[in-house]
Design a protein around this ligand. Structure first.
Ligand code: FS2
Ligand code: SF4
Length: 551
């Protein structure tokens, strides 16, 4: 197998024997075949779109199945075999539609006609299918590096697009580009600058995908407002909801209303507490339990109720809690309870409710603790005048956006140390699961403003961007001229998409860690650092000093 799509890739240069995430070679290969099939489907979809044929089904399917191939989403090779079968069926139906109205356009490449032999091992076939692509590493490692950057960025953008679709927000421009990017992977007529442009275009499209998702969230659940979230559980039976999917969280809240169960968030669902229409409507939507995804084996083992994982990051489950663990949507693991949606896309959570009722729930009270969420763009920009005044009076010297993914590597303590060392006249904005290293620290206030503000999930990078653009507008300067530094941690493909968005926007001096992506070749990294001053993190002290001096 070969996979280097995430930060924990083995030995920093690729998982070859078994995924450091727990992904088996079999799962990796069926994922490769699925992506191979989607690359073949993309030119057919693009032809169909030009002919005015409705491709919505394959647009959404492509996003969902790319999402399923992301790190820590699905470990079940049977699910990928099923995705491959569906993909090929949908492909042939679309070909037939094109043939019927425009036979002169119905000529397909070998890739678009690919058909696995279902009587033989998919693992062997997947390895063979991947070979021509992987051999490109020897021909032009920089183009290969950018092809992987585009592919991984598209996976991240596809996951946001899928969430936005679930909330009724779509844009055909996004779907079309996802197919264009998939089709481009097999082009050999593009040179390095073309691939750089394509990678930046992924960033542009991802910005639109995140905007759609932001519209989906805010139009459905209201703009997030500053909200205290208890970290201490309350007595009674309980359900824990993990992942990023607020629509599924809402469905769970609806189905558990008046059952006596208490619903807690885990991981990247913490910011959901800031949405007023969830908090107002569901009094049993109470608090947050646990910290970042890589601590879930401990958190899930201890949680005395049922648990649902709605998206990444799922880790291979321990036997101590797998019986009370459920997955939905693109998430899966062999043997785990999977709740399939019905034809209308709705999930019946009664097995989770039954499981929660069979478990003891919380039987002892603990010391009250809380954190604050809800500092999304609407809230922060509503106090822009106060912020500007505080900057002008010298009360606020600098803003730091310290955000991104968390992970198990010890080097990630850099981010905690960085935040601890930020001077008292500076504000820290944070987002995504990396914040769990410091989210419960009391950094105090500057005037009315908290020094630590949680902007939201990883996809709420859109909100952070809006805050930066709004402040730049208010100060009448460019974003790069603001007293703002971005200190980012990455782990999986959504972070790749967000990084490409920031580069597309021309944001400079981003510091990235804990290690640089293995799929970025030295030349490509040099190119990015020459143009955007993208830098690897060093030490908290040195980086902090550099940021405060404007570097
Ligand atoms: Fe954290 Fe995992 Fe949010 Fe990433 S919960 S590393 O998927 O997307 O950030
Ligand atoms: Fe390795 Fe990450 Fe790929 Fe898993 S997703 S196999 S850890 S590179």
């Amino acid at each position: 197998m070969f996979c280097e799509q995430c930060e924990q890739t083995a030995s920093g240069d690729g998982c070859h024997q078994w995924g450091a995430c727990g992904k088996s070679p079999e799962v990796n290969t069926t994922q490769d075949i699925l992506v191979y099939c989607l690359r073949g489907v993309a030119p057919i979809v693009l032809t169909a779109k030009k002919l005015g044929i409705n491709t919505h089904d394959l647009d959404v399917f492509t996003c969902e199945s790319l999402f399923a191939t992301m790190t820590n989403v699905n470990f079940n090779s049977k699910r990928f075999t099923n995705y491959i079968q569906q993909c090929l069926e949908k492909r042939e139906q679309l070909k037939a539609q094109i043939q019927a109205i425009s036979p002169e356009n119905a000529h397909w490449s070998e890739l678009s006609n690919y058909q696995p032999n279902w009587d033989e091992s998919l693992v062997t076939q997947g390895q063979e299918a991947a070979l021509p692509f992987l051999s490109q590493i020897d021909h032009n490692i920089d183009v290969f590096s950018l092809k992987l950057t585009v592919l991984y960025g598209i996976k991240g953008a596809a996951s946001y697009t899928f969430h936005a679709y679930e909330l009724g927000q779509e844009d055909d421009v996004v779907y079309t580009f996802i197919h264009e990017a998939l089709a481009a992977i097999d082009r050999d007529d593009l040179d390095l600058p073309d691939w750089v442009d394509l990678a930046l275009k992924v960033g542009e499209i991802n910005l639109r995908a995140m905007e759609l998702l932001d519209q989906g969230h805010t139009s459905t659940y209201g703009h997030p407002i500053p909200t205290h979230v208890p970290l201490n559980p309350r007595l009674g039976k309980a359900i824990l909801v993990s992942g990023h999917d607020i629509k599924q969280l809402c469905a769970i809240l609806e189905q558990t209303a008046n059952t006596g169960l208490t619903v807690y968030t885990h991981g990247e669902l913490l910011p959901a507490h800031g949405y007023p229409r969830l908090k107002e409507k569901y009094p049993h939507f109470y608090g947050h339990y646990g910290t970042a995804w890589q601590n879930q084996t401990k958190d899930f083992h201890r949680f005395p109720g049922a648990i649902i994982v709605t998206t990444n990051c799922l880790m291979p489950p321990h036997e101590t809690y797998e019986e009370k663990l459920f997955t939905v949507g693109p998430v899966g693991y062999p043997g785990l309870n999977y709740l399939a949606a019905n034809e209308q896309g709705n999930v019946d959570y009664s097995p989770v409710i039954a499981k929660a009722n069979s478990l003891p729930g919380f039987t002892e009270e603990s010391e009250p603790r809380q954190v604050m969420v809800g500092f999304a763009h609407n809230t922060v920009l509503s106090v822009a005048d106060t912020v500007i005044e505080a900057v002008k009076q010298g009360k606020i010297r600098h803003f730091f956006l310290v955000g991104g993914c968390d992970g198990a590597k010890p080097g990630r303590s850099y981010y905690t140390e960085f935040v601890e060392k930020v001077p008292e006249d500076c504000i820290v904005l944070t987002l995504a699961c990396g914040k769990f290293r410091f989210f419960d620290k009391n950094l105090g206030q500057i005037g009315e403003l908290p020094r630590l503000m949680d902007v939201g999930q990883c996809n709420d990078a859109y909100s952070a961007i809006q805050i930066a653009l709004g402040l730049a507008n208010a100060f009448e300067v460019g974003v790069n001229d603001l007293p703002l530094s971005m200190i980012l941690s990455w782990y999986e493909q959504k972070a790749v998409a967000v990084l490409l968005t920031l580069l597309y926007l021309g944001i400079k001096n981003i510091r990235l860690g804990p290690t640089l992506p293995a799929f970025i070749s030295p030349n490509v990294f040099k190119l990015l650092s020459d143009h955007y001053h993208l830098q690897a993190i060093t030490t908290p002290e040195a980086d902090l000093a550099a940021c405060l001096s404007g570097a």
